[in-house]
Design a binder for this molecule. Structure first.
Ligand SMILES: [Zn+2]
Length: 285
């Protein structure tokens, strides 16, 4: 009855009362109950883990055990501490999801950081939120090129001329491209038309601009063919119409991104942008 009352109070008064109440489920991860999920909590979980591993004895109360077991596997360990630290990093950079929501989002999407590259569900991401290191120099991805040629042949069989305009761009070259846009149009227009260095999908070697990067491409037979068939060869139209606020870029019917046939078909059939599909955002932080 008391617990029920406290949870009720938490729901009404939100954080002010919840911070002093371990019973409130919103405090998961907040081991010391100070209202913040931060490095202090992660450290206490790590120390508890160290104690459990060496002496088999822990100092946490039963409630603290519940709050600390963020992945719900009935163990207090380094994974829980990492979860708390990652959430702390997420909120420190402006993330607004509650801890529980963030946990379930994280569970749904596997995020890997390898040598400064971010893979979400195995997909290398380069957008305004996720950058590539200056030293990342993969050149054009061979499988992407092969599949492009297969697609080109299929289009030609339908009487459509698709050709390769631009693919891999180095960090330095992208820097020039972006700065040219800034000089021509100003920063605001440049940012919806071209990526800043390190944020271009072209640097992944997995993106291709076909035919022309002019807006006259929109609505042409080639543009329509790409829109309807690119996924059959493993590509998606990366910046669809009407999704500028989500992708961070204007509609670019000429810019395709290679994902592999299975994933591209899945994204195509979902009618979502890659950002929505992976549950991520795209803006300069
Ligand atoms: Zn492009």
């Amino acid at each position: 009855m008391l617990k029920k009352f406290i949870i009720g109070v938490c729901a009404v008064f939100q954080t002010a009362n919840c911070v002093i109440s371990f019973q409130c489920s919103a405090a998961k991860g907040d081991i010391n109950g100070d209202g913040f999920i931060d490095a202090v909590d992660a450290t206490s979980v790590l120390m508890e883990y160290a104690g459990l591993s060496t002496t088999g004895q822990g100092n946490f109360t039963e409630i603290q055990n519940q709050l600390a077991d963020v992945d719900g596997n009935n163990l207090i360990d380094a994974v829980d501490a990492t979860g708390i630290l990652s959430y702390y990093a997420y909120t420190s950079t402006g993330g607004t999801l509650a801890f529980e929501e963030w946990l379930s989002w994280n569970k749904a999407h596997e995020i890997q950081q390898i040598d400064g590259l971010t893979y979400i569900d195995g997909i290398l991401i380069a957008n305004k939120s996720y950058s590539l290191p200056e030293t990342y120099n993969p050149e054009m991805n061979p499988e992407t090129l092969r599949q492009f040629e297969v697609m080109q042949t299929a289009a030609a069989n339908d009487g459509i001329n698709i050709y390769f305009l631009d693919g891999y761009r180095s960090y330095d070259y992208q820097n020039q491209v972006y700065n040219n846009f800034v000089n021509w149009y100003g920063v605001e227009m440049a940012d919806i038309s071209a990526a800043r260095a390190g944020h271009s999908e072209h640097q992944t070697g997995l993106a291709i601009d076909v035919n022309t990067d002019e807006y006259i491409f929109e609505g042409t037979p080639a543009a329509l063919w790409i829109e309807n068939h690119a996924h059959e060869y493993g590509f998606i139209v990366r910046y669809p119409k009407g999704k500028e606020d989500i992708t961070g870029y204007k509609y670019e019917p000429w810019h395709i991104r290679y994902l592999g046939v299975e994933k591209a078909a899945d994204v195509y059939n979902s009618c979502l942008t890659l950002e929505e599909y992976l549950g991520i955002d795209s803006y300069y932080h």
